[in-house]
Design a protein around this ligand. Structure first.
Ligand code: M6R
Length: 368
């Protein structure tokens, strides 16, 4: 059942190209982005003046990734919030607010209560969900299903990648309705998304390298993760995977925050995973990260760098270099997350832990 793997999580990591392809399939037809259970009119989408993404855990990170794309494509303000915070706040919402509730299970208690809280204030709710007919989609105005297939491992992998893709479809649907993107631009963005399953397939060729690396650093006290722009939520996701699977202290930081505190944590031999932006994308982001890496390396950190293939400038600063395929900047999380998933799983396995069933955790958190 585990497809010859020691644990389901690795099988699910390898199913990611398919999960992405299935999530995108059928959502672009006749030159238009199409959502699934759509009980919102085009006019409703045009009227949206603010977006909230509410979710927990990895689903929350998928929202943080999508914020960059949705704001860029739609020019709408996007706030991403933990459902457990949102539901107890007094958020400013009205009927022109679109609340995107992201949940693999569709049953997460905090996310469900956040949906109810939003609906009481007349906000429109769109669920991004991996489970047909679950409670969250049932209580929402529209649904976009991620077709990642059932996820057995408690740690989210293929559902996470599918959530990013689905959130991007929501962004494109809004851009299309609002006219902030021309139809040919929407078509081009969709085509770029459609190229991602092949890119993810390619990044899977790093699995053995990353596993070997995981075994080497399995005894570390802690691991830090750094990223900028869309690489920042990827760093958060990498740290969450490591905490939940390997029971290790792990933290993700925005690289720009280093000097505001975290750099004090750097000591001899501390593994620091850095998610590098593409050198061909925003050059300034790339240059800033190269300088961050040189600073932490100078203080003794063991630098593990996830960088685009052919990125030569970063090589001198990388104690270990994991190469990922070149993809558009906004889509990079779909490839850069994969090595971080493998790293966490393999560290957990070498520490003797059950990768699919980490202690104290449940697959679906239906109580607070
Ligand atoms: O089913 P949901 O997507 O609502 O679950 C949200 C979180 O509980 C979930 O992503 C959790 O953080 C995972 N164990 C992370 O790997």
């Amino acid at each position: 059942e585990k497809g010859g793997h020691e644990y389901f999580m690795l099988k699910e990591i390898e199913e990611q190209p398919e999960a992405l392809a299935n999530t995108l399939r059928g959502h672009f037809d006749n030159g238009r982005i199409i959502l699934d259970e759509q009980r919102l009119s085009d006019q409703d989408l045009r009227d949206v003046d603010k977006v909230f993404v509410i979710a927990c855990g990895s689903a929350y990170h998928s929202g943080l990734v999508a914020k960059y794309a949705i704001e860029h494509w739609t020019r709408l303000p996007v706030e991403v919030e933990l459902a457990s915070e949102f539901r107890y706040r007094d958020p400013v919402l009205d009927r022109d607010t679109l609340v995107v509730a992201v949940s693999q299970s569709g049953e997460t208690a905090d996310t469900l209560e956040a949906v109810r809280h939003a609906r009481e204030q007349k906000a429109r709710v769109l669920a991004v969900c991996n489970t047909n007919g679950a409670q969250i989609p049932r209580e929402s105005d529209a649904v976009l299903y991620t077709h990642a297939g059932p996820e057995i491992g408690v740690a989210s992998t293929k559902a996470f990648l599918a959530q990013i893709a689905a959130n991007y479809l929501v962004g494109l649907a809004l851009a299309q309705a609002r006219g902030t993107k021309y139809p040919d631009e929407v078509a081009r963005e969709f085509a770029e998304l459609e190229a991602m399953p092949a890119a993810v397939q390619k990044v899977l060729s790093t699995v053995d390298q990353v596993k070997a690396l995981g075994r080497q650093i399995a005894d570390s006290k802690a691991v830090l993760f750094l990223g900028r722009h869309v690489g920042f939520p990827v760093a958060l996701e990498g740290a969450l995977k490591l905490k939940e699977l390997a029971y290790m202290h792990a933290e993700g930081f925005a690289a720009g925050e280093l000097k505001h505190g975290p750099i004090a944590l750097i000591e001899e031999g501390l593994p620091v995973v850095v998610v590098m932006p593409s050198p061909k994308g925003r050059a300034v982001l790339h240059a800033k990260l190269v300088s961050n890496i040189s600073e932490i390396q100078a203080r003794g950190a063991r630098t593990i760098v996830i960088a685009e293939e052919g990125d030569e400038t970063v090589r001198p600063f990388a104690d270990e270099l994991v190469e990922i395929p070149a993809v558009p900047t906004l889509l990079q999380p779909l490839v850069s997350t994969v090595p971080l998933q493998v790293l966490a799983a393999e560290i957990a396995r070498s520490r003797g832990y059950d990768v699919d069933k980490p202690r104290n955790l449940a697959k679906s958190v239906t109580v607070e």
